[in-house]
Design a protein around this ligand. Structure first.
Ligand code: NOJ
Length: 809
């Protein structure tokens, strides 16, 4: 490839300069097309004839690995069908450290393992279809406000210690890399003072060296803030290609990167590495074999339009071909939405309902947005049924099966009050049952909804549209009230949860297009609820550590310091003996399960650190000679489009760059081209492969002992030996498994694994994963929720015991 071909493929062609949200430059002479990069993690953004899948948080709430994988496969098939090369998902950061954080719902839950399993299975599914997945946002993008650098203000700095980084926030990325993810998106914010898109420690060091990431690092959109520095720091692709202010058609890379290579500032082998990572990923996904070109446009719903909407003058042409990629994916979407529904409370077996019950339905969340299901761009409003949050992490709905549609088609005696204000003068008949729909929304920072700039600043953790008042009014009138919540994350329930008439509460999370039948299947008892909370619900916000509050404007760089360390969500509640309203992992069923016959089997004997990694493999060897200057010249008579980004230079510019080569560019302190010794924690994709040695296999028999069919979830938490030298959370989720639907009396044996990494802590001095005290006994807890762990197995003596009260007792 020529210099200009290589610099062209490492950068986008500019904001709105193609059909997709990101369009890289091509190298057509050697067969590499422009790559189409497109959101979102839950379905194709701004398109048509696509499925609007349930959001990540909903997938997390299923605790179902096979449904998670199936969704990934279906997403991959849809993205491929639209000609998208790069899927901009999964989202595993934010992890959910801040309950008010705007984009937590794009991920799978506030625990590294739940998040990691969701991310890795999505990657496997998507990439099985030949689509490159992008794990994002690397890293510590835990709130929306002040995330971006601008000419006036740097994005906030997330300040973290090495151990917390490794044990919580990096964990899902490591698992995604182990799953073979093709791309990683560098986040907007800074970490420890250095912007993620040019943080050499994070990109060159942790990601590429320690975690052995072989694919390419792409910037979040307009997150690149320098040319030479970002390239030296390990960024491989800039999106959408423009500089910080995307107005004038200038870029930090493209023609500037050509210049920087010609004048010797950016070493040729760095450019070769960038290009290799992109081309190799494309080949690895076999996109050289009949991969379809894009057949849709993210910019318009019309069939024809400007080919380069970002240009002042653009040729017109066909931009949308309306290809239907939905297949039968609605079934997968519906099954996930149904199996995610989490029953928090159900007194007197109020649920399930009879279809002839007298149902009084309240709340605008029960019905579609009357202005149209896609009337708000990127779902930037909260009107009607909430199927997803807002921002780039969304898709247009092909349809929205709303709760009220599904309920009225199923039940015979339904009255719907499509309002969030309780109607005055209603009198309840004794058998009336009130169903109250409430919701809570959040999203991405470029849209503000009801004074919430992405994060839930104004609404706090309360239900929107006075949902609490609606529930209380219904509870004052009716003796049986069922609350159904569509929510991005935890909401406070205290104003009404203990009212005597509030009998049942269902969290339906964010169901996407399948909000209706998925809910009626639970309401009317076709299936038992089997979702479990992917986060903790507190009584009040003050139960959280104060350091997880949102940070606001401060002159200079806003500082967000992770003083709580490892103690977020249930790790914090356990450490401080706070009993939350509903614990992480909680979720009820219409039936009951017993767990019996737990076993623990040692597999790989452990040593305090993993065995030494293998030596680094060879890397491709290319010439490091600066290419001939004419490789960067504009071709003769090239029809240039204004604002479009090109990698060529005027002849005089290119010649001047080559002439200016002096070899005396001052590189940042510490810059060296001599490789450091390979990190012991590395060795393969994700880290030292021995970290995934199975240390113990556990099994447990789950029996349905109740009166209805249902699915159970077994959750496995590790408790480190007491009094080790490292302070560790009381229990940490390490694996989980879900049964098939068990008939009454039926059993299934579930097995789960504990790896070496699961039993290790990150030692900041050794820079390795360490088993604190080899030979000491760990307790492995198994149960139905983080606060309902009846079984313990001890690694020391291989004994398991049931009927226990959990680690707190
Ligand atoms: C910014 C968002 O943070 C990211 O998630 C998204 O993929 C890009 N914009 C492209 O839309």
């Amino acid at each position: 490839m020529t210099l200009a071909e290589k610099t062209n493929i490492t950068c986008g062609s500019g904001y709105d300069m193609g059909r997709c949200v990101g369009n890289s430059g091509s190298a057509l002479r050697v067969g590499l097309p422009q790559l189409c990069l497109q959101d979102s993690a839950l379905g194709i953004r701004n398109s048509d004839h696509n499925t609007a899948f349930p959001a990540g948080i909903t997938v997390g709430a299923t605790w179902d690995k096979s449904l998670t994988l199936a969704r990934g496969v279906a997403l991959g098939a849809e993205f491929r069908g639209k000609g998208i090369n790069v899927f901009l998902g999964p989202t595993v950061g934010p992890l959910g450290r801040k309950p008010r954080g705007g984009r937590n719902w794009e991920g799978f839950g506030a625990d590294p393992v739940l998040q990691a399993v969701g991310g890795a299975l999505t990657i496997q599914g998507v990439q099985s279809q030949g689509v490159i997945a992008t794990i994002k946002h690397y890293i510590l993008n835990e709130q929306e406000m002040y995330r971006m650098y601008s000419p006036f203000q740097p994005g906030y700095s997330s300040n973290i210690d090495d151990r917390t980084l490794h044990e919580l926030y990096l964990w899902p990325f490591a698992e995604g890399i182990r799953a073979g993810v093709g791309a990683v998106m560098a986040a907007y914010n800074a970490v420890n003072g250095s912007a993620c898109s040019q943080n050499s420690y994070l990109l060159n060091g942790i990601l590429k060296d320690e975690l052995g990431f072989q694919g390419f690092v792409v910037s979040d959109w307009l997150a690149q803030i320098s040319g030479v520095a970002s390239s030296l720091a390990g960024l491989d692709m800039s999106m959408p290609g423009d500089g910080l202010v995307p107005l004038l058609g200038d870029s930090y890379w493209m023609y500037e990167l050509s210049r920087a290579v010609l004048n010797g500032t950016v070493p040729v082998d760095r450019l070769n590495d960038m290009a290799t990572r992109i081309v190799a990923t494309w080949y690895q996904m076999r996109q050289d074999e009949n991969y379809p070109p894009p057949n849709f446009s993210t910019n318009t719903e019309d069939g024809t339009g400007p080919l380069y909407p970002g240009a002042l003058f653009s040729p017109f042409g066909v931009v949308n071909e309306f290809v239907d990629v939905q297949d039968d994916h609605a079934n997968i979407a519906r099954n996930i939405s149904r199996d995610a529904i989490t029953m928090l409370k159900n007194l007197n077996n109020t649920l399930p309902l009879q279809t002839n019950a007298s149902l009084k339905i309240f709340g605008t969340d029960a019905q579609k947005n009357p202005d149209g299901i896609n009337s708000c761009s990127d779902q930037g409003c909260d009107k009607g049924t909430l199927g997803m949050g807002w921002g780039s992490g969304t898709a247009r709905y092909p349809y929205l099966d709303s709760p009220i549609d599904a309920i009225t088609s199923r039940a015979s005696n339904v009255t719907f009050y499509n309002s969030d204000t309780f109607p005055s003068g209603l009198k309840a008949a004794p058998r009336d049952i009130a169903l109250v729909f409430i919701n809570a929304d959040s999203g991405e920072n470029y849209i503000t909804v009801s004074s919430n700039p992405g994060d839930r600043t104004t609404s706090g953790l309360s239900a929107w549209h006075n949902g609490d008042a609606l529930v209380k009014a219904a509870a004052a009138t009716y003796s049986t009230v069922i609350v159904i919540a569509h929510t991005v994350g935890p909401i406070l329930l205290e104003e009404w949860i203990d009212l005597p008439s509030v009998k049942s509460v269902l969290f339906a999370h964010l169901p996407g297009q399948e909000a209706g039948e998925s809910l009626t299947a639970i309401l009317f008892g076709d299936v038992s609820p089997s979702g479990h909370l992917p986060y903790t619900i507190p009584h009040t916000e003050s139960e959280y550590p104060p350091s997880v509050n949102l940070v606001y404007f401060e002159p200079g760089q806003p500082q967000d310091t992770y003083t709580e360390g490892l103690y977020i969500d249930y790790r914090h509640f356990n450490a401080h003996n706070i009993t939350p309203r509903y614990a992480f992992g909680h979720g009820l069923s219409y039936t009951t399960f017993t767990f019996t016959n737990a076993t623990i089997t040692p597999v790989t004997p452990l040593t305090s650190v993993p065995p030494p990694r293998s030596v680094k493999g060879a890397t491709p060897v290319y010439s490091t000679v600066i290419p001939p200057t004419p490789e960067a010249y504009w071709p003769a008579n090239f029809p240039r489009i204004w604002r479009y980004l090109y990698s060529w230079l005027e002849e005089s510019d290119a010649d001047a760059a080559a002439a200016a080569k002096t070899n005396n560019y001052t590189y940042p302190t510490g810059y060296t081209t001599t490789p450091k010794p390979p990190p012991p924690a590395g060795g393969s994709q994700g880290g030292n492969p021995a970290l995934w040695d199975t240390a113990y296999t556990l099994s447990i028999t789950v029996t349905n002992t109740g009166g209805r069919p249902g699915k159970a979830v077994a959750q496995l938490y590790v408790q480190f030996p007491a009094n080790i030298t490292y302070d560790t959370p009381l229990i940490q989720l390490r694996d989980f498994a879900k049964t098939r639907e068990l008939g009454m009396g039926e059993s299934e044996v579930l097995s789960m694994n504990v790896t070496r990494k699961d039993l290790s802590v990150w030692d900041t001095e050794l820079q390795d994963w360490v088993i604190p005290d080899v030979g000491r006994s760990y307790t492995v807890w198994i149960g139905e929720a983080s606060d309902n762990l009846g079984w313990a197995c001890w690694t020391g003596n291989g004994v398991c015991e049931g009927g226990l009260g959990g680690p707190n007792v």
